[in-house]
Design a protein around this ligand. Structure first.
Ligand code: ARG
Length: 297
């Protein structure tokens, strides 16, 4: 159930069970967001550079954009001393059981000790919402950063698993077994694209936005095998504006950092409506729209 090459594949996408589209996103409030340490290449030189007046305004604008798309926004309060908690894609991987009756989350084991305590607050949040909690990874030695690296295919029980910087490749064995899903592994090799969600944005069942050079040749082949339409973000927009850290919550609107001009043109040519947002302060920490929310059911 773990696939690393196109030659390994022994199933067709059409044979996989369907997965309902998530209609909720969780966001963590930004009052304690800051850059106070460096754990990725984008944070270098940004300690003390965050304009906190802008973060609140820009974060609220993202919430409003989701609501305009018909998505329910849940909130978890940010915690003092956890400046990266606002990037709430990373602490868990939400899932639905194969029969669709049980919601759950796999808890992450954060790569950086500075972020380890964040996971507890997400556990509490999901316990209150009645989600099953899988804590095997959180209790082990192998690192895993939730929906920063593990992305659900649009509409199908298939998981894309990035690894190399924040997540250990072997965690996907356990995830695949626990959730009873096939996992396509993607090796990440460029430190500026340290999470899968920095270089791959699944827009709808057929379309994906990627920065191709963040992947190996085999990784690109796997992506092209499953997506008839592959939109390629230009390097400058992917690297400096996190173009691929966009999010399409409804298979129509794409929420994306302001200024991704060429990417936006391509998105519009493929029938998407672009909603440009300011995430400039969050880019200083190495994150944009996709990292700042968690999809759930
Ligand atoms: N400063 C955070 C970190 O390095 C940013 C996380 C961004 N999240 C993401 N899913 N790409 O962990």
């Amino acid at each position: 159930m773990i696939y690393q090459t196109v030659a390994d594949l022994n199933f067709r996408l059409s044979e996989l069970p369907s997965l309902p589209y998530p209609l909720r996103v969780l966001m963590a409030s930004p009052e304690h967001f800051d850059v106070t340490y460096v754990i990725n290449a984008h944070m270098k030189g940004n300690i003390g550079e965050v304009n906190t007046d802008r973060t609140k305004k820009d974060w609220h604008a993202i919430q409003i954009a989701y609501r305009q798309c018909g998505i329910i926004v849940d909130e978890i309060p940010g915690i003092a001393g956890l400046p990266d908690m606002v990037f709430c894609a990373n602490q868990t991987l939400p899932f639905l059981s194969a029969d669709g009756t049980q919601k759950g989350v796999i808890l992450s084991k954060m790569f950086a000790p500075q972020r380890a305590d964040e996971v507890h607050y997400f556990r509490q949040h999901f316990e209150k919402r009645g989600y099953a909690i899988i804590s095997d990874l959180a209790a082990g030695d192998l690192e895993f950063e939730g929906m920063g690296d593990a992305l659900w295919h649009s509409g199908k029980r298939l998981l894309w698993g990035g690894y190399g910087f924040r997540t250990d490749k072997s965690v996907y064995d356990l995830i695949s077994e626990k959730l009873d899903v096939p996992v396509i592994l993607l090796d990440l090799e460029d430190p500026e694209f340290y999470h899968l969600d920095t270089c791959m944005c699944i827009l709808d069942d057929d379309t994906v936005l990627i920065y191709p050079d963040a992947f190996t040749d085999e990784g690109q082949k796997l992506i092209r095998h499953f997506f008839p339409v592959v939109i390629e973000a230009p390097e400058i927009e992917a690297r400096t504006l996190f173009a691929c850290n966009a999010h399409c919550p409804d298979r129509k609107h794409v929420l994306i950092q302001r200024g991704c001009t060429q990417t936006n043109t391509l998105l519009r040519q493929h029938g998407f409506e672009v909603i440009e947002l300011f995430t400039d302060e969050f880019l200083k920490s190495g994150g944009s729209v996709f990292c700042m929310k968690l999809m759930s059911w």
